[in-house]
Design a protein around this ligand. Structure first.
Ligand code: NAP
Ligand code: HSE
Length: 434
């Protein structure tokens, strides 16, 4: 049987899983590729680090030159995270004639146009199924399987770490910091978990999807985003009391006014499919004009689900399928003009959940409702539970649910409430999806 020599550059959580699939299931991958996928090299930074899983003698290296200088290695899974040296190494691999498979969405969201244009000039390909939603084949679905459609909307849970944290806080009342540490221990979080919890990772993935689905040329930094880092267990409890779960939703919705794009922790009605997505699972609801709604659900992070997507890309690349798609679609082309413009976030409207801490004094509720009224934000319901100890003037949490209001008005109301002397700390404002 013919052999395609493969290298892995970056043998951490994901790289370790890719090696496992290539080594333990060579018969399976060969059947699909019609050739043997031979793991020739695996490059790490620090050879002395303990690693689970045995590699054949001579495969592990700490020198990427071993891959660059071996013309028989034609496909490289580039699984180093972050921007540098990942970008420089990817460019060097392309120049050396390698086709690339990557899971690094931060790199693609930041330097996609440069990397993709260079790959096209060199007649090489970059496959990136694992960069969004881990094991869910969403890139292939949007760029190939749904290509007869105009995509109308995408709503997704795209960050496994955040969903895991929210699930732990909701189901076990685990404090936020403990839940973050557990996600890190389980290998879901980025090297810098701040990118998971502040909405950056989800915005980077949304930028990639918006690019593919709508021809948007949006930089992830221009996507309005809020993370889960301001949430407390009481928010999950209040949401449940109101009939919702809190999920970090990445939203792209097309209308005549343009493309709505944002990443927002959102109260999602219990019983609807997105509300039921638990732990490190991801889900994406896509609506196409021909197909209607389609729902994808699966593990969005973790070693083997992500490796599943990487190895599928390695097979496609070895067979030549990736290049066909990559060269035909103007993916991430710096010279291609945008097909759609982004809508102003302030003009979007929605329902909101406000949670604030107020002094338990007469007249406080009137002040709060006054602020909302002056900003033309209409109240749907209010929750304030009696404090544990009575009448000592300590602050109590107050929750206000609103009717539909413009984003700009809701933000102005939250800012005005924060200035009231009866309100302590910041006001949490979340979107609501019924
Ligand atoms: P990781 O566990 O931190 O592994 C990174 C690997 O890169 C390590 O093996 C490290 O070597 C190696 N490395 C770093 N700098 C290097 C250099 N200069 N030369 C050679 N090797 C170098 O990261 P990961 O979780 O596998 O994630 C890898 C990528 O996949 C990231 O872009 C991430 O965003 C993406 N991703 C991860 C997941 C997930 O669930 N973990 C899911 C989807 C996508 P040492 O081991 O010697 O330090
Ligand atoms: N840190 C990412 C997440 C890994 O939690 O979703 C998958 O991209």
């Amino acid at each position: 049987m013919e052999k395609t020599k493969v290298a892995i550059v970056g043998m951490g959580t994901v790289g370790g899983g890719v090696a496992k699939l290539l080594l333990d299931h060579g018969d399976r991958t060969a059947r699909h590729a019609g050739r043997t996928l031979w793991l020739e090299r695996a490059v790490v930074r620090d050879l002395s680090k303990p690693r689970d899983g045995e590699l054949p003698a001579g495969v592990l290296s700490d020198d990427v030159e071993d891959v660059l200088n071996d013309p028989e290695i034609t496909v490289v899974a580039q699984l180093i995270g972050g921007l540098e040296p990942a970008r420089t190494i990817m460019l060097r691999l392309l120049e050396a004639g390698k086709d690339i498979v990557t899971a690094n969405k931060a790199l693609l969201a930041e330097h996609g146009p440069e990397l993709f244009d260079r790959a096209r000039q060199l007649g090489r390909s970059i496959a990136f199924e694992a960069s969004v939603a881990g094991g869910i084949p969403i890139i292939t679905n949007i760029s190939q399987c749904l290509s007869a459609n105009q995509i109308l909307s995408l709503e997704g849970i795209l960050n496994g770490t955040s969903n895991f944290i929210l699930s732990q806080m909701d189901q076990h009342a685990l404090p936020y910091d403990d839940a973050v540490r557990l996600a890190q221990k389980l290998g879901y979080a980025e090297a810098d978990p701040a990118m998971d919890v502040d909405g950056t990772d989800a915005a980077q993935k949304l930028a990639i999807l918006a690019h593919l689905a709508f021809g948007a040329r949006v930089h992830w930094r221009d996507i309005p985003r809020t993370g889960v880092d301001a949430l407390h267990v009481i928010d999950l409890q209040f949401a449940r009391e109101l009939g919702y779960r809190i999920k970090l939703l990445a939203v792209a919705r097309l209308s005549e006014a343009g493309l709505e794009l944002h990443v927002s922790p959102t109260l999602v009605r219990i019983g609807t499919p997105l509300a039921e997505v638990q732990d490190a699972f991801n889900a994406i609801r896509v609506v196409g004009d021909a197909v209607g709604p389609v729902f994808y659900h699966g593990q969005g992070a973790g070693q083997m689900p992500t490796a599943s997507a990487v190895v599928a890309d390695i097979i496609d690349t070895a067979v030549g399928r990736t290049r066909l798609t990559f060269q035909t679609l103007e993916l991430f082309s710096a010279s291609e003009p945008p097909r759609v413009e982004q809508r102003s976030f302030d003009q979007l409207s929605g329902r909101y959940y406000f949670r604030l801490h107020v002094k338990d004094h007469p007249g406080v509720l009137a002040e709060i409702t006054g602020v909302l009224g002056r900003n033309l934000v209409s109240i749907a319901s209010v929750i304030q539970h009696a404090p544990q100890s009575d009448g000592d003037g300590t602050s109590v949490p107050l929750v206000v649910m609103t009717h539909e209001a413009p984003e700009g008005a809701a933000r102005a109301a939250a800012e005005a409430m924060e200035k009231l002397s009866s309100v302590s700390g910041s006001v949490l404002r979340l979107r609501v999806k019924d």
